[in-house]
Ligand binder design. Structure first.
Ligand code: 5GP
Length: 113
């Protein structure tokens, strides 16, 4: 269940993080295992497991996550970045609490591995 993930513990303060932003809907923090010079995550406070679990009611929240990530990117003077949302084990999802990756600061490759 999403409630028991490491990200729920970050949201409730049980586990520390390098916090970049927080409001009533979401929190953004640096990834503990950065895959690029800049790598942060934006996650909803609501324990949604993945994009498989979203519906029409979540569209404002999803837009908010992207806009928060963009604002952080602008604060960091970024003009290039990659946004990733993994859905399911085969995609590479390891934490089953929805999160949006923002990666920047190096040349990205395509297709991703
Ligand atoms: P996923 O592979 O599920 O798309 O991404 C999960 C991300 O969460 C990974 O990039 C991983 O490094 C990050 N992560 C896992 N545990 C922690 C943690 O305790 N703190 C932080 N800041 N990031 C974490």
């Amino acid at each position: 269940m999403s409630e028991s993930t490491i990200f729920s513990k970050i949201i409730n303060g049980e586990i520390p993080c390098e916090k970049l932003y927080e409001d009533e809907f979401c929190i953004a923090f640096n990834d503990i295992s950065a895959q690029a010079p800049v790598h942060y995550l934006v996650i909803p406070k609501e324990p949604i497991i993945s994009l498989l679990d979203i519906s029409e009611k979540d569209k404002d929240l999803l837009g908010h996550l992207i806009l928060v990530g963009k604002k952080i990117a602008i604060q960091k003077n970024l003009k290039n970045w990659r946004t990733v949302i993994n859905t399911g084990e085969d995609s590479g999802q390891t934490v089953f609490h929805l999160h949006v990756h923002f990666l920047a600061g190096r040349q990205m490759n395509w297709p991703p591995g």
